[in-house]
Design a protein around this ligand. Structure first.
Ligand SMILES: Nc1nc2c(ncn2[C@@H]2O[C@H](COP(=O)(O)OP(=O)(O)O)[C@@H](O)[C@H]2O)c(=O)[nH]1
Ligand SMILES: [Mg+2]
Length: 252
């Protein structure tokens, strides 16, 4: 089994991409299952194969421990880690070729609490990778882009997984898409764009961050996709194959 963690800011398209990836693998003859790790989700665009909500009841936690929504979410995420054995048993029963993991809406809970990393480390799998989603609708300026790139890098550091960076919602981006794609491969262009937008402390902070990102190997580009039109899925699948199957076609 190969595992694909889908991460990104709230609303970036994680759940929709999880469902589209499952469709993609199924059409290509592989068996892909989805594990929902979000204890608070109400509706999702797929039928879940393994669901943490069967193990952790977010609303009862709120009531039982008199916690607000955030406190209950923290506790729910930590409880999930303690159920990893049961979750693994369920995954083993489903026994997919690909396990797609839809991560919680609040990325900081998943990426920065030890429970998230514990889950990533302890799901037993031949290969694992992380797909980080840059929400196209949030990238309204070069400085914004740098701040999301920094988040992507921080998550990569935290999860310690090979990471594929993806730009979502290309169907909404129009002309802006070309700029964003250029920024993601040519950091000099990005630095120029930043210099037009800002100066002083913000400029020097942004450009120093950029140099750090460059040294960390960030500038390998973003794979642009639309979960709505299906644009870019072949490229994403190719990138996943390079990480998961050493470049072979979909394995089953
Ligand atoms: N136009 C457009 N909308 C998208 C795309 N991906 C997701 N959405 C929409 O963005 C919203 C959030 O998506 P969702 O998958 O729930 O995001 P999540 O919070 O990261 O799981 C939903 O209304 C989706 O229909 C996309 O590629 N294009
Ligand atoms: Mg979601």
């Amino acid at each position: 089994m190969k595992t694909v963690f889908v991460s990104g800011t709230a609303g970036s398209g994680k759940s929709l991409l999880s469902s589209k990836l499952q469709d993609y693998y199924s059409k290509n003859g592989a068996f892909a299952a989805i594990l929902n790790l979000d204890p608070g989700v109400e509706n999702m665009p797929y039928t879940c194969d393994v669901d943490v909500r069967d193990h952790v009841d977010y609303v009862s936690i709120m009531q039982q421990y008199e916690l607000g929504p955030n406190g209950a979410m923290v506790m729910a995420n930590d409880l999930i880690a303690s159920k990893i054995g049961d979750i693994q048993d369920q995954v083993d029963q489903v026994n997919p070729d690909y396990l797609i993991v839809d991560t919680p809406g609040q990325i900081e809970l998943f990426a920065y609490r030890s429970s998230g990393r514990f889950i990533v480390d302890n799901i037993s799998s031949d290969e694992k990778t992380n797909v980080f989603l840059f929400d196209g609708s949030l990238i309204t300026s070069p400085v914004n882009f740098v701040s999301i790139a920094l988040l992507a890098t921080s998550i990569r550091l935290r999860l310690n997984l090979p990471t594929i960076n993806v730009l979502t919602k290309t169907d909404l981006l129009g002309d802006k898409m070309e700029d964003i794609l250029q920024w993601s491969t040519n950091l000099k262009t990005l630095e120029n764009a930043v210099s037009k937008e800002t100066d002083g402390d913000t400029y020097s902070l942004t450009t120093n961050i950029l140099r750090g990102l460059d040294m960390g190997g960030f500038a390998q580009g973003l794979i642009p996709i639309s979960n709505v039109s299906g644009e870019g899925f072949l490229n994403l699948e190719g990138a996943l194959s390079r990480v998961l199957n050493l470049g072979e076609e979909v394995e089953n």
